[in-house]
Design a protein around this ligand. Structure first.
Ligand SMILES: [Zn+2]
Length: 162
């Protein structure tokens, strides 16, 4: 694992680690720096190992007025090499993100699909990609099971990706 990868992982919020059907949930404040074991060890148990990444503030620039259109999406520089490293280490990469912007009526699921198409094509341009993107469209007050830190999105990803 090179330095850039360590730095990115240090910035990432690890919402969970997937080891086949077994789940270890870590708080959103958990970073690689606070993990006692190297990240490689955390994932060794799994035949289908995955890293779950947040979107805004991790891979893309966070906007106080939300990302509502593809034009407003800006991929952060420097995410390419670390994502490639994680891929080369055998991890599947899955984005799980809360997007209450949809529930607020500021954008639509159709727009979100276009935003994520743009995200994937920008990542491809940087020589990497993610396996899937899952988002919760609901308001925080909705009490849904998919808004992080609820595990709904990750359960869905596990079902879809095996
Ligand atoms: Zn939800």
């Amino acid at each position: 694992m090179n330095l850039a990868t360590k730095e990115l992982i240090g910035r990432l919020h690890f919402h969970s680690l997937c080891a086949k059907r077994h789940w270890n949930f870590l708080s959103s404040e958990t970073t690689i720096n606070s993990l006692s074991a190297p990240i490689d060890d955390w994932f060794q148990l799994s035949s289908s190992k995955a890293v779950f990444l947040d979107r805004d503030g991790v891979l893309t620039r966070e906007r106080s007025d939300y990302v509502k259109t593809p034009n407003e999406l800006e991929v952060l520089p420097g995410v390419g090499p670390p994502l490639r490293d994680l891929r080369n280490m055998g991890f599947r990469l899955v984005i799980v993100t809360n997007q209450s912007v949809v529930g607020r009526g500021l954008t639509t699921d159709e727009q979100m699909a276009r935003i994520h198409e743009k995200l994937q094509s920008e990542l491809k341009r940087m020589g990497c990609s993610v396996d899937a993107i899952y988002y919760c469209p609901h308001l925080p007050s909705a009490g849904c099971s998919c808004r992080k830190p609820e595990p709904g999105l990750i359960m869905r990803a596990a079902k879809d990706l095996g």
